[in-house]
Design a binder for this molecule. Structure first.
Ligand code: AMP
Length: 613
């Protein structure tokens, strides 16, 4: 993810695009000193952050309700305030969404809602935010390049080609804007009106990033990236899936892009006037470059296409930790194994931290939480299954400086924007320390079974969706015996695959259209982030049901037992990731079906009206 210009340091007036290297290195030095400082005394910083949050918000309803009574010390806070999940806050959040402007969670006015890719009841979670959080987010961005500069110098001498996109926004009934955090950031003046900075010099003009139409946005960003190919020193997108989608778009559209480069004109399909103007400001006829791009794209293999078309590229910046690690082999193929750089760890709730060793292997990435961003607590993850009546013991939570090397924790945050002891749902593992501040591997998000892009589908959701779909089988006297699933990312866009074992009671064969209806019913039953990925972003392909021969799931169990599973405890996994198991299932497929069309999706929560009507 690219970095913002807003700095810890004073902005310098550098309108003339002079690359003042003394100045750059001075700024870099200050940033590294800041990191040294806050990681050397994280506990002190955390205590101050909590006191600041609590004293500012002393009057808010939520803190009063729990009896915090204006106290700002850690001990009282931990004694009095409950550890919560989104559902606990939903009534308060709904009030804010419906227009209650009294200080419920935060004393500062809620400026907008950030719509998380985490869902509740099938809809995106709404995270309240305040204007000031943009400054905090910008600060984290401003730390990234000085860190990378220690490992890859001279990145200020060229450009970054980053594929960045905005998504649609909606309005809550109370009139607050609701949109994803990056859309909010790119539309803010912190991004749009950033002063010249060699580190935020991108090939994509702002207008191409801010274009709502994802086709025009992608086309124009690729065109500008290709046209400035020799200046590009680094490439990327937020998630690995998005970057690969850009390459795939190039595979489809290079003849048009080459034509534009050759003639210095812009494909008439690009109709957005501000995009046209911005692109035509850059583009001049360049037949030589057009022929070069054409020759490379025409080659049989696309192995190393990134380094061929953008020969000065030093690394690919994308998140490949968590479920995105499934895309590493594809990225290696296209980039000739350039370093894959994961720079930061962030969410709608809060921006957390950054990777201080950006050239490390993806499997070794660890993030250092920056103690000024929020107040962090850690709930030890107990692999031992909890008994039903065992309650969460709030006292188990430990502070940032008390986490133990090698131990896994669930992250709990208290933010300036009005979340108090909120469980983010991410599991982190302590991998080491920077000074006194812990560094964490991202282990996983709790309860995510399937994910292709930013969608996160858990087993319960999948179970309900499958149940709805299996109803289509009953007229044929057929029942679903067993099922499992996996995220197939061997093609782009990836798609969900379900393996179904069916027991046929009747004599009537089940027509393919019935299975296609099943596919669509599952998609309609999945959450709004999934459906948005299908409909708007086109980042997820049609769901597939593969019917397997009877007895397949017994074979699956035999396999698990042969690998040491206990027969008493064996349960069919609702999601499989291990290649030999997927292989076993695939060899027993008798027929397969795809969802025939996109499920329904509208921006915003179902019950809201759209911002543009
Ligand atoms: P959202 O709330 O939609 O902005 O998504 C935030 C979530 O994305 C986090 O809670 C993580 O689960 C995931 N995420 C963000 N950054 C990373 C990262 N660097 N590596 C792995 N997962 C990440």
């Amino acid at each position: 993810m690219p970095e913002a210009p807003k700095n810890l340091l004073e902005e310098t007036d550098n309108h003339h695009h002079h690359k003042n290297h003394g100045l750059v290195s001075e700024k870099n030095k200050k940033v590294l000193e800041f990191i040294e400082d806050v990681t050397s005394r994280p506990d002190e910083v955390q205590e101050r952050v909590l006191a600041e949050i609590l004293s500012r918000s002393a009057n808010v309803e939520y803190l009063k309700r729990h009896g915090l009574d204006g106290r700002i010390d850690r001990d009282t806070f931990k004694q009095v305030m409950p550890v919560v999940v989104y559902e606990d806050l939903k009534p308060d959040i709904d009030r804010i969404a419906n227009g209650d402007t009294s200080p419920i969670l935060c004393s500062q006015p809620i400026s907008e809602f950030l719509t998380s890719s985490g869902t509740s009841g099938g809809e995106r979670k709404l995270m309240p935010t305040i204007e000031e959080e943009l400054v905090r987010r910008s600060l984290l961005y401003s730390l990234l390049m000085p860190v990378i500069n220690q490992f890859v110098p001279n990145l200020d001498k060229g450009k970054g080609m980053y594929f960045l996109f905005i998504k649609s926004e909606a309005k809550t009934p109370g009139g607050l804007v609701a949109r994803p955090v990056l859309t909010s950031y790119y539309k803010s003046s912190h991004f749009k009106n950033r002063p010249y900075d060699p580190y935020t010099n991108y090939t994509s003009p702002n207008e191409t990033i801010l274009c709502q139409d994802s086709y025009q946005s992608m086309y124009s960003q690729l065109l500008c990236g290709l046209y400035q190919n020799s200046e590009v020193l680094r490439v990327g997108a937020v998630f690995a899936s998005g970057f690969i989608r850009a390459i795939q778009f190039l595979e489809k559209h290079w003849p048009f892009l080459c034509n534009d480069i050759r003639t210095g004109t812009l494909n008439p399909q690009i109709t957005d006037p501000s995009v046209r103007e911005a692109v035509l400001r850059i583009l001049k006829p360049n037949p030589e470059l057009a022929s070069f791009v054409e020759a490379e794209c025409k080659k049989e293999s696309w192995r190393g296409i990134i380094t061929r078309l953008w020969p000065n590229t030093k690394y690919v910046e994308v998140i490949v930790t968590g479920t995105m690690s499934q895309y590493i082999p594809t990225l290696d193929f296209y980039s000739n194994a350039l370093p894959l750089v994961c720079t930061m760890y962030a969410s709608s709730e809060c921006y957390f931290g950054l990777n201080l060793n950006p050239l490390c292997k993806p499997s070794e990435v660890s993030y250092t939480l920056i103690p000024t961003m929020a107040y962090f607590e850690f709930l030890p993850v107990n692999r031992r299954p909890k008994s039903v009546n065992e309650k969460l013991d709030d006292q188990q939570l430990v502070d940032l400086v008390d986490v133990k090397l090698g131990q896994e924790y669930e992250l709990v945050v208290t933010t300036y924007a009005g979340l108090y002891r909120y469980r983010v749902g991410d599991i982190l593992k302590v991998a080491g320390f920077k000074n006194k501040a812990p560094q964490f591997n991202f282990v996983c998000r709790k309860n995510v079974a399937l994910s292709i892009d930013s969608d996160k589908t858990d087993e319960v959701e999948l179970q309900n969706a499958v149940k709805n779909a299996a109803n289509h089988l009953s007229p044929f006297d057929a029942t679903l015996v067993e099922y499992t699933s996996y995220a197939d990312t061997s093609n782009i866009p990836g798609h969900y695959v379900l393996f179904w074992e069916i027991s046929l009671g009747g004599a009537t064969p089940i027509p393919p259209s019935v299975f296609e209806d099943c596919c669509l019913t599952i998609e309609e039953s999945l959450n709004s982030v999934y459906r948005q990925g299908r409909v708007s972003d086109k980042s997820i392909g049609p769901l597939e049901i593969k019917v397997v021969e009877s007895g397949t799931f017994d074979k699956l169990m035999d396999y698990a037992l042969s690998q040491g599973a206990s027969i008493n405890q064996y349960k069919t996994p609702r999601c499989v990731k291990f290649a030999p198991i997927i292989e076993l299932l695939n060899t027993r497929v008798v027929s397969n079906y795809f969802s025939p069309k996109c499920p329904k999706w509208v921006p915003g929560h179902k019950q809201w009206s759209r911002v543009d009507n």
